[in-house]
Design a protein around this ligand. Sequence first.
Ligand code: AMP
Length: 591
Amino acid sequence: MISFSDFSMREELTRAISDLGFETPTPIQQKVIPQLLSEPIDIIGLAQTGTGKTAAYGIPLLHHVDVSVRHVQCLVLSPTRELCMQIQEEMSKYGSHIRGLRVTAVYGGVPISGQIKDVRANPQVIVATPGRLIDLLERKALSLEHLKFVVLDEADEMLNMGFREDIDVILKNTPAREHTWLFSATMSNEVRGIAKRFMKDWKEFSVAAANTTNENIDHQYFVANHHNRFETLRRLLDFNPGIYGVIFTRTKQDAQEVSEKLMKMGYMVSPLHGDMDQKMRSKVMERFKSKQLQCIVATDVAARGIDVNDITHVINYELPDDPEVYTHRSGRTARAGKSGICMSIVSPKQISNVRQIERLVKQKFHKSDIPDGAEVVRKRLFFYLEQIANAEPAHDFAKLYHDSIHETFAEVDKDELIRKLIWLQLKDTIDAYQNTDDLNAGYEGKDKDRTRGNKYVRLFINLGEKDGLTANTLLKFITESTDIQPNTIDRMTVRDMSSFFNVPGDAAEFIMEQLSTKKFKGRKVRLEEAEQRSFGGGGGSSSGGERGGRPRPGGSGPRFSGDVRSFGGGSSDRGRERSGGGDRGGYKGKR
Ligand code: AMP
């Protein structure tokens, strides 16, 4: 395996990379860095954010920079202020041991005077948005006379944003330019046009895998009728208590409205869209990065600058029209080798769009059930139990309140106390999920089509998230163990300790037999037929096949079953003042 120490670059860079803890170069870095270090020719790199492309060009740039000379030698053009700031930050980290190196970022949306001062200090590297750079050139605040290297980062986005002429003007005014490195997520005719006008004998490097297929992303979709979209979103958020995500809407108005509704309900979210001024957007990003926000609700344009590595979920509140946009959205998660989930809420009519995107990303999307109320409560209960198990109260805290805590609870039975505490934590959720509807829209007809009338059977398997299972690995496990085609498996639902999936009726027995002889990570696999229910029937037709059972809309049956019933049933808390003791995703403390 290639490592950074295999690259012959200046020692200061090797040290900085090791400080940052980078071990293995990403695919684009493996392709581009050795070439640009040894022979800095013109190149086109097809890679999107999250693939490590900043280091792919940043490391070679800093390797070639001559710090003894104080004029601008390298220029990185990028479409947005946020990206400029991130690139500058990244490059400064890579160059942290190079004495005398200055990397400056200039972008619009802030007063130009400070930037004039910065560029007059003669940095060797400038990271700029095209518009602001032209402004500075016109004011003669800087000169590109000695510029040797130009990087066009996210060239397709710059063109989409109408910077074509600015790029032309800038590149025409770089008489000493020796090399141009163009990076783009997509290769349009316009991008090729820039290359033809300004580059010579370029080599292309692409990381097709990251551009279209990121195997670490689990693509899921949830079928809900349009009027249930918001409620579905809410349920998905509640069902994923540790979520740190981006919710995409199509319009600025939707971003604003969805966000406001969620905020009113106590979720730590904020909108991010083009009607907000730069200052507000930066503030939102700061809060998101410091995890004071669990999610941002963003439009595609505004989300361009989001460069956060540990996003766990991307949620498409609505699918984009353009499948290509979907890959940009989903690429916000599963970055730098991590895994992530991209969930899409789709109406029955939009299932054909899902198929189209499946073809583009070359991955099967998993149709998942929108969880019912009992499942949400159960999930949050386990999340909370885990938080308690892992909590480490400060020593001072224990000392300070030891006596009064003991005095108050001396007579209270331990189990009773635990029940009370958990009840306090979960009562808002339990209240909110009493008598909730099944939000899964029915599309039985389509299901039948796919199996030519053969009825589906739902199977239970004794493996879940706790075994490290995801929908992807479950599908792989089933297909590899049985030789069954992946597209015959449907509606996979991975829970904490168990999972469910549909198989055509005539294959069910075979699949159960085959899988029951297997082990998964050393654990013996057990399968059984889940209790029969009518799938996707919507309304109240469900008969509660999976653990917990579905609460019947408006019904008077048990509201929550299993472990949760003892908290939810009987001691209804309705009418009591809500004291804000909710459990929104562990973010409560920062509210
Ligand atoms: P980029 O695609 O340039 O936006 O990079 C995405 C993130 O991955 C950045 O935060 C980098 O710091 C990080 N990164 C880049 N290269 C590596 C690497 N080889 N190993 C680990 N992380 C990396």
